[in-house]
Design a protein. Structure first.
Length: 138
């Protein structure tokens, strides 16, 4: 048998897409982002849990510290200099800050935080609107 547990996190952030992109998303705009973390494993602990949900707060702390109320900007975005010099919150991405890439960024952090012998990160899901989102599997 395999168990899967999920936890949702939310954050507010702005982004815009510039790299090889010419649609309306080139304008800086904000979203209420929704992140779903899915963890899986075969063995429960002595409390009959795959993982105590309390332990998942580590990812919430990272999201709040790094992404919440930040501008998520591609490393070649000319707006970087202004955001940096004005002291506003900024998270610099190596790819366009799409839902796909933000899911990838969060996946890497989740793997770092939660990977142990008993549980694995199964999937990260990131929604930037009620109707659009991306999933990434390790
Ligand atoms: Zn957007």
């Amino acid at each position: 048998m395999k168990y899967v547990v999920t936890k949702e996190f939310r954050f507010e952030a702005a982004h815009r897409l510039l790299k090889h992109y010419s649609g309306k998303c080139t304008n800086n705009h904000g979203h209420s982002w929704l992140v779903r973390l899915h963890l899986e494993g075969e063995n429960l602990d002595e409390k009959d849990m795959l993982i105590d949900f309390q332990e998942l707060k580590a990812l919430k702390v990272w999201i709040d510290d790094q992404l919440d109320h930040a501008s998520l900007l591609w490393e070649q975005d000319p707006m970087l200099d202004y955001i940096k010099s004005s002291g506003q919150r900024l998270y610099v991405t190596v790819k366009n800050p799409t839902s796909e890439h933000i899911a990838e960024v969060i996946l890497k952090e989740a793997i770092r935080l939660f990977e142990n012998s008993r549980i694995r990160v199964k999937c990260i899901e990131v929604n930037e609107t009620c109707t659009t989102g991306a999933k990434i599997y390790p």
